[in-house]
Write a protein that binds this ligand. Structure first.
Ligand code: SF4
Ligand code: SF4
Length: 325
């Protein structure tokens, strides 16, 4: 595990849940009435990000649906990181025009990922050709389709590139997170053997120590998570805490050390919850992230705060008796 949490290889930040679309498979309830945070809160979060980041992926919601806020964020990021961090934008592309693309490039975005090329989004991927033509007019290279996993594809890379993907029956639908509207609409796949936690966007390597995927954390609005689906309780509040301090703190806890290994079925061992019991519970629930929620709800305690208030790091209570896991 890494020691210096003031350096993160990758931070994935959903700074808005506002979106022009309202897809059934959306994992975070984004839509025209999606949750937002203020510009002041976003500035506080930027101040609390690690001193060094190799890349920052800005996502939503639809970032371009909250354009004024996005531009303010980019200006502040440039002030703080001055081109040392690769800035990437994950967008559904629906609202992208030539003028907006020019502005985004001017403000430091070097990588564009169009995440809507599938039949589940509003335009069902029909804008792909138009987007390809638009990027070509600005010299944005489309050969590099999937830079997210391979570190060689993004570390210190500043040339302009774009790629695209979309939901498929296997991924983002079939392997979709049991979260948000996907859970509500019941379109997540029940597969208790699928360990989402051990692949990119899961918790594996969020504290570092592995080379197979980038060390990445996610921030959902202000909630600091080890993974994109998000744990039942966030690890901390990026508006009022330094992300590095939060990572340092959880790195000492065995639950999070196991999650860093991408092994949620072993996160309860220190508390007497065996892997066998965890797997049995996952079979009942049908999904490893739902097991994770049940585990957090049962074994970790949320400190302080009321609804909507700051949630401190969950602490592990001493259990007086064995629970059913
Ligand atoms: S899946 Fe993407 S495009 Fe669809 S509602 Fe969610 S954030 Fe918007
Ligand atoms: S099992 Fe828990 S930590 Fe792992 S990806 Fe799912 S919610 Fe995140």
């Amino acid at each position: 595990m890494k020691k210096d949490f003031n350096h993160c290889e990758s931070v994935y930040w959903v700074f808005t849940q506002l979106c022009n679309d309202e897809c059934d498979h959306c994992y975070n309830f984004s839509g025209p009435r999606g949750e937002r945070i203020s510009e002041a809160e976003c500035m506080q979060i930027i101040d609390n990000l690690p001193e060094r980041m190799d890349r920052l992926i800005l996502s939503g919601g639809e970032p371009l649906a909250d354009k004024k806020l996005l531009f303010a964020i980019l200006d502040r990021l440039q002030e703080r990181y001055g081109g040392k961090t690769q800035l990437m934008l994950q967008t559904n592309g629906d609202l992208l025009t030539g003028a907006i693309l020019d502005k985004l490039i001017e403000k430091g975005i070097t990588r564009f990922d169009i995440s809507s090329i599938d039949r589940y989004h509003k335009f069902e991927g029909q804008r792909l050709e138009k987007l390809a033509a638009l990027f070509a007019t600005r010299g944005v290279n489309g050969d590099d389709k999937d830079p997210l996993v391979d570190k060689g594809n993004y570390l210190h890379k500043t040339n302009l590139s774009w790629g695209y993907w979309g939901a498929t029956e296997d991924m983002w639908l079939g392997g979709n997170w049991a979260r948000g509207r996907a859970l509500e609409k019941d379109i997540w796949k029940r597969d208790p053997e699928h360990n989402f936690c051990t692949i990119l966007s899961g918790a594996r390597n969020f504290l570092g120590g592995y080379d197979d995927i980038p060390q990445e954390i996610s921030i959902q609005l202000w909630q600091i998570n080890p993974c994109c689906p998000g744990t039942k309780y966030p690890m901390g509040d990026a508006r009022i805490e330094k992300v590095a301090d939060v990572l340092e703190r959880v790195s000492k806890q065995e639950v999070f050390q196991r999650l860093n290994e991408g092994d949620p079925w072993r996160m309860g061992e220190a508390l007497g919850v065996t892997e066998q019991a965890a797997r049995a519970r996952t079979q009942e629930l049908g999904n490893v992230c739902l097991y994770c929620d049940a585990f957090f709800g049962e074994y970790l305690r949320e400190l302080g705060g009321g609804a909507g208030a700051f949630m401190e790091l969950p602490v592990i209570p001493r259990m007086k008796k064995k629970r059913r896991f």
